[in-house]
Design a protein around this ligand. Structure first.
Ligand SMILES: *Cc1c(COP(=O)(O)O)cnc(C)c1O
Length: 229
């Protein structure tokens, strides 16, 4: 067995154990393998081990891998900061975008996606850490953004994503995840139908699963340490 294959088994076992603790079914939690900085060869290895969904942070790097793995029928998620001038490439080549934090980006994605293809699946990135984080829309501005994005054509608003600030304080991280879930629940009471909470990475996926994550985004624990961000 390859290292990546063994790592995938370990991560899946961690998800299963956390799901059991939470009294949840593992069927409601998908594993997004974050392959940023790793070559297509290693993505192929993970795909051979049964992994289908991959996350990328950089548009050009992601496009190169999408192209060289076109034979594999994989699902590609864009999870990095979204710039206006990259929106077209994301809309044309990815299945999901997790990091929408303003309406202008969503409008560009919607226009570029067009109506000939299935809608782009999108999440709003929420800043659950206040001044400790620069990315994401603030919780107070989320409802307005969510209703605006839900009204756009060619996109399907699936849910919310967050990256809590790095900390050793696991209770704090867990409160951040709980806050994201509470925000999702509030939006759903307000008429939206969000089924996705994209939260949890290599070091905190258990806390995320305990708080209701439906997608965990895991890089290091599958592919190993990165030499660049
Ligand atoms: C890099 C990255 C991950 C994966 O982080 P690991 O700690 O390597 O598991 C998850 N989500 C986002 C948005 C990332 O940029």
């Amino acid at each position: 067995m390859t290292t990546i294959c063994a790592n995938l088994q370990t991560v899946r076992a961690r998800i299963a154990a956390a799901a059991e603790t939470a009294g949840r079914s593992t069927g409601g939690i998908s594993l997004l393998a974050v392959s940023k900085t790793f070559p297509a060869r290693q993505v192929r290895e993970a795909a051979a081990a049964g992994q289908r969904a991959f996350g990328e942070n950089y548009v050009q790097e992601g496009l190169a891998k999408i192209q060289s793995l076109a034979d594999m029928n994989l699902e590609w998620h864009f999870i990095g900061p979204l710039q206006s001038n990259k929106a077209r490439a994301v809309a044309e080549h990815f299945h999901w975008a997790h990091s929408i934090d303003r309406v202008k980006i969503a409008e560009r994605l919607a226009a570029a996606r067009g109506s000939q293809r299935p809608p782009l699946q999108v999440c709003l990135q929420i800043n659950v850490s206040g001044e400790a984080s620069k990315h994401g829309v603030s919780p107070g501005e989320t409802a307005a953004l969510a209703h605006a994005v839900a009204a756009l054509p060619n996109l399907r608003l699936r849910g919310l994503m967050a990256i809590p600030e790095p900390t050793e304080d696991q209770a704090l991280t867990r409160r951040r995840f709980a806050a994201l879930r509470a925000l999702r629940d509030t939006l759903n009471r307000d008429g939206l139908a969000l089924d996705t909470l994209s939260m949890g990475m290599s070091h905190d996926l258990e806390a995320a699963v305990l708080e209701g994550a439906t997608i965990v985004r895991v890089g290091t624990a599958i592919f190993g340490g990165r030499t660049r961000a």
